[in-house]
Design a protein around this ligand. Structure first.
Ligand code: HEC
Ligand code: HEC
Ligand code: HEC
Length: 375
């Protein structure tokens, strides 16, 4: 039967071609595994469909026990706060910005739980979801615990923040936790926002310039920046999650604490060419009117009479940090706060050499110093 043979041979040839093609595609590295890129829209639909179908099929035959027992709901809530809320968020508290960048992003369960049957929720929570970051239940023998979480998930959509807090017995954070502990250990139960790890307890940052000094700034400026990070208006994958951990009152207290530190003297950068320093001094004290660049001092001077509390101090700040921020203003990486627009216009007019020069010059100034134009 030559026709059947030809058919079989063509199918086989197609299969081999497909396999080789798939291998070559994988080998080429053209498919992006970047979580930042998202999936192709079609793939997204297929993945969601596949996931839902798989859960539906695997949940067949699971018997749902009585889920109304308040103790069950409470036990579920207790676990949810520690085991699920960090990824999925909870009433009155969204998850960390680090988690928002996961692919797929863990959904808000208050919104998505109603789209599942109880037995499906049970299956997901017990077994987790492959390739997503959704973990399986740590102890596969304890179905009773998984049902407690399901009982809680059934209630979650009707729950407001106050009810959730009572259920998960979360105390509102004590506002009078000693400020040193706040700066050193972060808010209760989190180590993420321990400022001193990076900025020091005295706010002097690191001598390498890896982390900026906070001790030279006003409380108003520090507070405004923390709020901007928390709201995502100032972007930094390092500071945004930290700020998102803080309550507004804690931001205020930390801002006041760091602003009250006595500024350490400037760390003089080792080698700085005189030529660069001269350029830096001109920019700082006089600006370059013919390039449309006002003097930095006209806004950043520390003279209290001249100083707007929302304008940061630059004198004594690490050169690497200052240069980095200027580059960000210039490239558009720091432009979403109202005040940043003022700086973007200026930074766009600075050359790379001028940025280095002014950063080096400013780093050598004694914090709090006001440099007047030299005649
Ligand atoms: C490390 C982060 C992480 C933790 C911890 C986590 N999840 Fe998930 N979860 C995910 C991710 C990511 C998804 C998204 C899967 C998808 O969309 O394909 C998910 C999906 C789910 C879903 C399916 C929701 C939907 O509509 O797609 C449920 C239900 C769920 N999680 C419940 C829980 C519960 C309950 C806990 C705690 C016991 C928990 N998760 C802990 C990351 C997590
Ligand atoms: C993991 C290290 C790390 C931790 C912890 C950390 N910071 Fe930061 N912080 C940074 C870095 C890096 C920057 C610069 C980010 C940028 O480029 O925007 C920064 C910037 C800042 C700024 C802006 C400074 C300026 O001159 O504009 C403030 C304010 C700040 N941090 C406050 C805090 C406070 C308060 C805490 C504790 C709640 C804290 N930081 C914890 C690393 C950290
Ligand atoms: C017209 C007023 C104005 C002038 C002139 C000005 N700046 Fe600024 N600058 C600002 C404001 C306002 C901010 C705060 C932006 C924000 O909150 O996002 C700022 C922020 C900065 C920052 C960020 C500091 C930090 O701690 O993160 C740097 C660096 C900076 N300016 C450098 C300079 C330099 C260098 C010059 C001179 C070439 C200069 N600025 C001139 C208004 C000005």
């Amino acid at each position: 039967m030559p026709r059947l043979k030809i058919a079989i041979a063509s199918v086989a040839a197609c299969a081999i071609a497909l396999a080789v093609g798939a291998f070559l595609f994988a080998w080429s590295g053209l498919y992006s595994v970047a979580a930042s890129r998202g999936h192709w829209a079609v793939l997204e639909v297929i993945l969601e469909f596949g996931m839902r179908s798989s859960v539906r099929t695997h949940a067949i035959g699971i018997d749902v026990p009585e889920l109304d027992d308040p103790a069950l709901v409470e036990r579920g809530a207790g676990h949810f706060q520690g085991g699920c809320a960090p990824c999925h968020g909870a009433p009155g508290r969204s998850s960390s910005p680090i988690v928002h960048a996961m692919l797929p992003e863990p959904p808000d369960l208050a919104a998505s739980a109603p789209s599942w049957q109880s037995e499906e929720l049970f299956w997901i929570v017990k077994h987790g979801l492959k390739y997503t970051g959704m973990p399986a239940w740590a102890s596969q023998e304890r179905d009773d615990e998984v049902w407690a979480v399901v009982a809680f998930l059934r209630r979650l959509p009707q729950m407001d923040a106050a009810q959730y807090w009572t259920l998960a017995s979360l105390d509102p954070r004590e506002q009078d936790i000693p400020i040193r502990s706040l700066a050193q250990g972060g808010p209760v139960g989190t180590g993420l926002a321990a400022c001193s790890r990076c900025h020091g307890l005295d706010g002097a940052g690191r001598a390498s310039g890896a982390f900026p000094r906070l001790d030279i700034q006003t409380a108003d400026y520090l507070f405004a920046q923390l709020q901007a990070y928390a709201a995502g208006a100032r972007q930094s994958g390092i500071m945004q999650p930290v700020a998102a951990e803080l309550e507004v009152a804690e931001m205020r207290r930390l801002a006041e604490y760091y602003a009250a530190q006595r500024p350490a003297p400037a760390q003089i950068p080792a080698e700085s060419e005189d030529r660069l320093l001269a350029i830096g001094q001109t920019l700082t004290t006089a600006g370059l009117p013919n390039q449309g660049i006002p003097s930095c001092n006209s806004c950043h001077a520390q003279d209290p009479a001249l100083h707007n509390p929302l304008y940061p101090s630059l004198a004594g700040q690490y050169a690497a940090y200052t240069a980095q921020q200027l580059a960000l203003f210039k490239s558009g990486g720091r432009r979403d706060t109202p005040a940043a627009e003022i700086m973007s216009v200026i930074a766009e007019r600075l050359t790379a050499e001028q940025i280095d020069a002014v950063s080096l010059y400013l780093a050598r100034l004694r914090p709090g110093a006001v440099e007047r134009a030299t005649p």
